[in-house]
Write a protein that binds this ligand. Sequence first.
Ligand code: FEO
Length: 170
Amino acid sequence: MLSSKLQDALNAQINLELSSSYAYLAMASHFESNALPGMANWMRIQSEEERTHAMKLFDHMNDRGGKVVLQPIPQPTHDFDTPLSVFESALHHEQTVTKAINNLYALAQAESDYPSQVMLQWFINEQVEEEKNAMTAIDQLKMAGGNPSALLMLDQMYGNRTAEPAGGAD
Ligand code: FEO
C-alpha cells in the first residue's frame, strides 16, 4: 500500500508530466505556425511521450491501491523566441522534471517502498535520455547559427523523429 505522502508526491508528478505534455504541445503549435514542421513533429511526439509518462504513474497508483487525484494543469507559455531558445527552455524544463523524479525516488527509499523504487528507476533512465535529446538539439541549433539552410536541414531531420515503441513507456 502506498503511503499518503507518496501518493501526494505521485499525484504531483502526474500533474507535472501532464503539464509537460501541454507545454510541448504549445511548442509544437509554435513551430507549426512558423514554417518548421519537423520541429513541430519533434515537440508533438515529445508531448505524446509525456502523456505516457503520466499514465505510467497513474497505473502504478491504481495497481497499488492509491487514489489518483488529478489537479489543474497550468496554462503553458505561448511566448516563444528563436528555435534555440525553445529547445533551451525544453532542457530547463527537463532538468526540473529530473529533480522531481530524484526527490520522488528519495521519498520511496525513505519509506522503504520497493515497488515504487523499481518503477521510478525507469524514470531515472528516461530523464537521462530526455535531457540528452534536448542537449543534442541545442548543440545542433548552435552549430546552425543563423544559417537558414542549416536550420531547414535540421527541421527535416527532426521531422523523422518517431514515437517510441509502445514498450518504451512500460
Ligand atoms: Fe516526462 Fe520529459 O519528462
